[in-house]
Write a protein that binds this ligand. Sequence first.
Ligand SMILES: NC(=O)c1ccc[n+]([C@@H]2O[C@H](COP(=O)([O-])OP(=O)(O)OC[C@H]3O[C@@H](n4cnc5c(N)ncnc54)[C@H](O)[C@@H]3O)[C@@H](O)[C@H]2O)c1
Length: 296
Amino acid sequence: MAPPVGIVTGGSSGIGWALVQHLVSMGWNVVIADVHPPKESIPNNKTLYVRTDVSSWEQQADMFKQAYAWGKRLDFCALNAGIDDRDDIFNSLSYDVDKPPKQPNTRTFSVNLTGTYYGIKLAAHYMTIPSKHGGKAKLGGKIIVTSSGTGLFPTPGIPQYSATKHALVGLVRALGRSKAALEANVRINAVCPAIVATGALPPGLLDVIPPNQITPMSTILRCFDALGDFGDVGHDDWVEQGRMGETVEGNVQDLIWHHPPVRPQGQGGSFAREKGALAVAQVYKERNRQFAIAGE
Ligand SMILES: NC(=O)c1ccc[n+]([C@@H]2O[C@H](COP(=O)([O-])OP(=O)(O)OC[C@H]3O[C@@H](n4cnc5c(N)ncnc54)[C@H](O)[C@@H]3O)[C@@H](O)[C@H]2O)c1
């Protein structure tokens, strides 16, 4: 079989770079999509770097096109690029009627949320193209989104970041229950790292966190393995047997699985969430499909 192919956004450093090395060590070919090139190189043309700002539709679409032309297939996509807050609300109040706030910088939303949505849309497209090159026995593939522990628990220091990471959990849970995604044979899940010592952390953060509360990279790779089963990619049912819509937190040495809240028995109605979920999805299906076809 031709080597399996993955894309890792934000793959030039930190968690993304560790995942790239991990995949290559298991025989994968990997496209690194990042605003900066990786500092080290991987021999034997096992990787392709494509400069990509994930918040740009054009750049991400072009990267996926190049990735598919290079790899002739797409089995896996890690939507991992992310940045922390670029604004503040309550510590920058002016208390002066003549000094209203400037328009805030919302790039965190564009990179973390919009960029990931773009990535899911493009990955689903390329994973479901019948290959002219005979690369894949079955169409479909796996997507893993990098959310965060801050996507599960409120984190007052970085509210923009925490909001986007919560949104990613919501997106994965919603798509993870989509009949159409199952039929397209695409599986989508989220990794939620706790604090990992990477370049993403601001100066001084590691000074205020006890060393035994830092999560080693090996725990995060175990999360990716638990969702991706990368070593089994050659099996016919690699995608079908995969998890769907799950959220796993990697925290210190532990993998902690998180599930959506359960409404207490006897409180409120549960029709739209349970028995009626399919009927509700059916109502939106054709309407949203038309929006997608029409585009902007
Ligand atoms: N380090 C942590 O403690 C931690 C915890 C939870 C979640 N995360 C998440 O893990 C992911 C990876 O972060 P990391 O800790 O490895 O940080 P990192 O800064 O080492 O890596 C992030 C990479 O994303 C790239 N990037 C930034 N903006 C981009 C854009 N617009 N388009 C493409 N690439 C872009 C950067 O160049 C960098 O290579 C992020 O989504 C982050 O939010 C990190």
